[in-house]
Design a protein around this ligand. Structure first.
Ligand SMILES: CC(C)(COP(=O)(O)OP(=O)(O)OC[C@H]1O[C@@H](n2cnc3c(N)ncnc32)[C@H](O)[C@@H]1OP(=O)(O)O)[C@@H](O)C(=O)NCCC(=O)NCCS
Length: 179
């Protein structure tokens, strides 16, 4: 694995955190927009996170050529530990990618990252968010469900690598106007 170890002593795994783990202090993540110079670290995570990782060129196209795209990195002590992207089209945000460093998973980083994407969508006047997920991806489905996403349909054979269908999920109310 190409990824570097993460110093995660402040972030107990959920099973170590015990009952009421939702009350543990959140990871002190910082967020900012993704830049081209982030791509080596982003690609290290991408390559260990997906059966068919995006190429460097795919990220470059998103960052430089796609006016709808908004990509964000999550930093812990200055190191990139996760990232997510979305397309902001009219009144919809479409999550294209989300991943957390394998050594930090299950400690709420994905939760914080998704909340940050929702906040950034709201900030741009968007109140609906959608994404696709593999039926076999239990951690991601749990994360989305906890965030209020509901399953709205299936795209047959969407994932060419495994011929898996995609579950289409929507969150219709990001809380625009209430926050
Ligand atoms: C999906 C992903 C971003 C979640 O990040 P994370 O930092 O682990 O997220 P959180 O810690 O906030 O929550 C993860 C949820 O998955 C659960 N989970 C973690 N590992 C799990 C496992 N092996 N099996 C089942 N559930 C698991 C956690 O318990 C939590 O659910 P809960 O809140 O209901 O208990 C991360 O797993 C990842 O990068 N996966 C690889 C890339 C990917 O699949 N992206 C999504 C594409 S749609």
């Amino acid at each position: 694995m190409a990824t570097q170890p993460i110093d995660d002593r402040r972030a107990p795994r959920r099973e170590e955190a015990g009952p009421g783990e939702r009350t543990r202090p959140p990871l002190p993540l910082e967020f900012r927009e993704m830049r081209l110079e982030d791509l080596p670290e982003v690609l290290d995570i991408e390559r260990v996170s997906f059966p068919t990782p995006w190429s460097r060129q795919s990220f470059v196209n998103e960052l430089t050529d796609n006016g709808y795209a908004h990509y964000v990195v999550a930093l812990l002590d200055g190191r990139i530990v996760g990232y997510s992207g979305m397309w902001l089209i009219l009144d919809e945000a479409h999550i294209t990618n989300i991943a957390v460093h394998p050594e930090l998973r299950g400690r709420g980083a994905g939760d914080l990252l998704l909340s940050e994407m929702e906040r950034r969508a709201r900030e741009r006047g968007i109140n609906r968010m959608t994404l696709e997920v593999r039926p076999s991806n239990t951690p991601a489905r749990r994360l989305y469900k906890r965030h209020g996403f509901v399953e709205r349909g299936i795209r047959k054979g969407y994932y060419a690598d495994t011929q898996e269908d995609a579950i289409i999920m929507w969150k219709e109310d990001l809380g625009l106007g209430r926050a």
